[in-house]
Design a protein around this ligand. Structure first.
Ligand code: SAM
Length: 246
């Protein structure tokens, strides 16, 4: 995957490119990042890429021309995505679809956002990371790239850990525990230390279903549960209610 990132803060994205699994994914050539400094396309002697909003009011708007020139210069564009709170909210399914692309161009906004004509003529899709507003598209771009990159086969060592992630199969992940086995009387569930893999799998499935029921019940409407799943979930709910009454 080749990411072209258009930003006025290339140093922010650069730092990200030099960190953790993203850095390793770059070293192993699973991904490449072409970080484009939008200011280098400014026609203005002060390198400005924004101006006042027609109609008045507070806030600046990013100019069409530098964005147009920067996109025109990109060899392998792929889809051009504009990060915007007005886009379709990002989902795990969307990340899966994007992870199949070879090239993506990601435009990071600032200020009040970009001139509407950028969205109308230069952008294929607006993508939102949620129904709230942050100051710039760079952190949203990092969310997008992290989410996509970890789905590229080979990037994450253990593919099984991806399969059980929340939302991958429509439900949430099961709880995880690590050492020590007992922390001030809070012991891990016995089954997890039993070495019985079949029982562990059943416990994990039950608690993944249970966590979904407890925290995001609406997700269960969109997944087809097997008879065994139904049974496990009923058991979970019963145990949960009994614990609540204690
Ligand atoms: N005036 C815009 C609005 O209300 O729709 C918000 C502009 S915001 C302050 C500046 C930039 O941050 C946006 O152009 C976008 O690139 C980015 N941004 C803010 N919130 C975002 C979100 N939820 N998802 C993706 N990008 C976001």
């Amino acid at each position: 995957m080749n990411y072209n990132i258009i930003t006025i803060f290339p140093e922010l994205v650069n730092m990200f490119a030099k960190t953790g699994f993203i850095k390793r994914a770059m070293e192993k050539d699973y991904i490449d990042m072409n970080i484009i400094d939008l200011r280098s396309y400014s026609n203005n002697k002060h390198n400005r890429v924004d101006d006042k909003s027609y109609g008045g009011g507070p806030g600046m708007v990013m100019l069409y021309e530098p964005i147009h020139s920067s996109i025109k210069d990109i060899k392998n564009k792929g889809s051009v995505l504009y990060l915007s709170p007005q886009g379709k909210p990002l989902t795990q399914q969307k990340l899966k679809n994007l992870s199949l692309e070879d090239n993506l161009t990601i435009l990071c906004g600032r200020y009040e956002g970009v001139d509407q004509r950028v969205i109308d003529n230069l952008v294929d899709e607006e993508v939102s990371i949620g129904d709230y507003v942050i100051s710039g598209g760079e952190s949203a771009c990092m969310v997008l790239m992290e989410g996509i990159t970890r789905l590229i086969p080979g990037v994450v060592d253990d593919i099984e850990s991806i399969k059980q992630d929340s939302f991958q199969a429509g439900i949430l992940d099961h709880p995880h525990y690590t050492k020590p086995e007992n922390i001030e009387g809070m012991a891990i569930p016995d089954v997890l230390a039993s070495g019985n893999h079949q029982k562990i799998e059943i416990w994990r499935r039950k608690h993944a279903l249970g966590a979904t029921w407890l925290k995001r019940p609406e997700l269960l409407k969109n997944v087809k549960l097997s008879k065994e799943d139904d049974k496990l979930l009923k058991e979970y709910i019963l145990e949960h209610e009994q614990n609540e009454q204690k």
